[in-house]
Design a protein around this ligand. Sequence first.
Ligand code: BG6
Ligand code: MG
Length: 222
Amino acid sequence: MTTKKAFIFDLDGVIVDTAKYHFLAWKKIADQLGIEFTLEHNELLKGVSRVRSLDIILGLENVEASQEDKDKWLIQKNEDYLTYLVDMDENEILPGVFPILKYLKEKQQPIALGSASKNARPILEKTGILSYFDAIVDGNDVSNAKPDPEVFLIAAKKLGMSPEQSIVFEDSIAGIQAANIGKMISVGIGEEKTLHEARYVFQDFTHIETRFIDNLINKKIG
Ligand code: BG6
Ligand code: MG
């Protein structure tokens, strides 16, 4: 009997280094509005939907805006963000990710994407890893943003696995909270001090050994 688990990956900041592009695009809007926006503020935006991100930025300095202006800035942010993706290829895949995806495939483990981004599919296509995913759940499929676990619960369901059988790789505080609320095993990718709510934290995927993956696969549930 083979043991199976659902391996669910966030996209931005986990598979690809796009978190920096989101930051640069938001920073332009913030500068335009005279709002101070630092890398520390940016942590609050990770894993958070585009609409909510704008509200958080405006909230930093209690800026009130009409819906018309908000819509305009949301379009501007995304158009600017997309310019960073034009030349994207497999070189933007973060270190250690590809070997882990390959290992999971070899072990016939179900793999899903669980991302808040509405740009997820083109990014997976451009980086050439779309075929590794048995299911894709992105910002177009969910109505409740992380830390609501909806995105991961749908992903687990699509893979035919229970939440308890699911492992989530995340770089955002909101995403770790979503996995925990959903009763999944949360694996933080990034700084321990930021992601201390995660069950496990690794600086990046190069620090994850296949033994760790094997232990997750073989872990008895319930
Ligand atoms: C998340 C990012 O993955 O997707 C957030 O961490 C981003 O920073 C969100 O705002 C929505 O992405 P997009 O591509 O739909 O604007
Ligand atoms: Mg992320």
